[in-house]
Design a protein around this ligand. Structure first.
Ligand code: UD1
Ligand code: CA
Length: 454
């Protein structure tokens, strides 16, 4: 597709979505619908991509990378009018122009390439991506002559009874000879039932110039499935999830129960990593080999090493080193870096903190804004007291330190290398290397106190 530009129509609101958000901005498995279409165009090898924006233009535009050319359609006067707004994208271009719709995320690259091949091999002026539908209601019908040549596309609203019987429908995706399209658009009018500038009208106009029109029929209806309503969005979610899981399993991931496993399109999973039921992997999450994630865990933008286990836990925007065990019921919040061979056990929360290799916080601990060295043991109930109500401060616990149970570390504070803190201490001052800190009242036993009272 080196000599092919791709233009994506994304100016419509998507009325049937009943949403204040533009249809193409709705997330599908965590990624915007339009982004899938752009990825498909890139995967097929587009030389350049243009997008026509209109409804919520600023928001749609903001989600696009700078290489993408953007054209504005202020008023949605029809599909041909939309393409006209992008005339500068192709009027001086001599190759093929592919037109796609922004709400059809499932089109396979093979299909786009096959449509283009049909187009170029036959020297067509225009080639339409079509499918045979049992129920073609609502779609433009492909009108062909006895020889099977495409003559025109007639919209549902404009079709007569015989034309309505045609089962081959227009996907709304095309390959054009860019020059033929640029010329034909000048002749499109609004003389139809909808009073719109129909892009489908260019078929007849291009044919009049002596060029031929053709179709590429796909046998996979998903290729052209567009999302028009919230119900279709939910169906698309299931379909996309299935595709993502299948591709990951083909590459070697083990997914015990794909039906309850929700994985985003950009997640990477090494071979033999195991994803257990009820697990959600989002964003740019990466899972190393032989790691076991789940059951019931949520990871977002998490980078997980090899042989890690994460059980019933949440990890957000953080990394976890090889051989570390997380959970059950741990909460690792953004900005955390957990080393190798560590343990972040039950009811442990870590936020914006570093934990060196072979350190442990086995239970009931809060590590907030901390720098924990290697081989550190944080006893049950350790609290990094990082917030005074106004500002946050860091706590440093150096290598091999041992923090006894139920200790409060009042930040900013440092526990030096190899230091030992007695259980129940509230530490406000630096603890020197290899020393023992006890910061609690001594126990006083008042013998016979209660007997005397009586
Ligand atoms: C269009 C086709 C129809 C085809 C169907 C497939 C025409 C006239 N008809 O009909 O043959 O079967 O798609 O789904 O083209 N858009 C704009 N600006 C506009 C109008 C539309 O950008 O002024 C965009 C929409 O956001 C959408 C796409 O173009 O992504 C299709 O528009 P839509 O109004 O849904 O066309 P249909 O009536 O479904
Ligand atoms: Ca405590």
């Amino acid at each position: 597709m080196k000599n092919t530009k791709v233009l994506i129509l994304a100016a419509g609101q998507g009325t049937r979505m009943r949403s204040k958000r533009a249809k193409v901005l709705h997330p599908l498995c965590g990624k915007k619908i339009l982004d899938y279409v752009i990825d498909n165009a890139e995967a097929a090898g587009a030389a350049e991509i243009g997008v026509i924006v209109g409804y919520q233009a600023e928001q749609v535009q903001a989600s696009l990378t700078p290489e993408i050319k953007i054209y504005r359609q202020q008023e949605q006067l029809g599909t041909a009018h939309a393409v006209m707004m992008a005339l500068p994208f192709f009027e001086n271009f001599s190759g093929s122009l592919m037109v796609l719709v922004g709400d059809a995320p499932f089109t396979r690259r093979e299909t786009l390439r096959a449509m283009l091949e049909t187009h170029e091999k036959n020297g067509y002026g225009v080639t339409v991506l079509t499918a045979e539908f049992k129920d073609p209601f609502g779609y433009g019908r492909m009108i062909k002559n006895a020889a099977g040549e495409l003559l025109a596309i007639i919209e549902e609203k404009d079709a007569d009874a015989t034309q309505k019987l045609v089962k081959e429908i227009n996907s709304g995706m095309y390959c054009f000879d860019a020059q033929a399209l640029a010329a034909a658009l000048k002749e499109v009018n609004t003389d139809n039932a909808a009073g719109e500038y129909y892009l489908t009208d260019v078929i007849e106009i291009i044919r009049k110039t002596g060029l031929k029109a053709g179709t590429y029929v796909t046998d996979d209806p998903d290729d052209i499935a567009a999302i028009n309503s919230k119900q279709q969005l939910a169906q698309a979610e299931t379909l996309m999830r299935g595709r993502i899981n299948a591709a990951l399993m083909d590459e070697g991931a083990i997914i015990t129960d794909p039906a309850t496993t929700y994985i985003g399109p950009d997640v990477k999973i090494a071979a033999d990593a195991e994803i257990l039921p009820g697990t959600i992997l989002e964003g740019q999450t990466v899972i190393g080999q032989d790691s076991v994630i789940g059951p019931y865990s949520r990871l977002k933008d998490a980078v997980i090493g090899e042989r890690v286990t994460i059980e019933n836990s949440t990890v957000l925007e953080s990394s976890v080193g090889h051989d570390t065990k997380v959970g059950p019921y741990a909460y690792i919040r953004p900005g955390s870096v957990i080393g190798q061979g560590c343990k972040v056990g039950d009811f442990v929360e870590v936020k914006n903190s570093n934990m060196g290799d072979h350190s442990k916080a086995s239970h009931l601990t809060y590590i907030g804004d901390g720098d924990v060295g290697q081989g550190v043991n944080l006893g049950c109930g350790t609290v990094f007291v990082n917030y005074d109500g106004k500002n946050k401060y860091r706590t440093v616990v150096e290598d091999q330190a041992f923090v006894g149970c139920n200790t409060n570390l009042i930040a900013p504070v440092t526990v030096k290398k190899g230091a030992y803190i007695a259980a129940g201490s509230t530490i406000t001052d630096e603890v020197p290397e290899d020393s023992l800190a006890i910061a609690r009242c001594r126990q006083v036993n008042k013998e016979g106190y209660l007997k005397k009272k009586k």
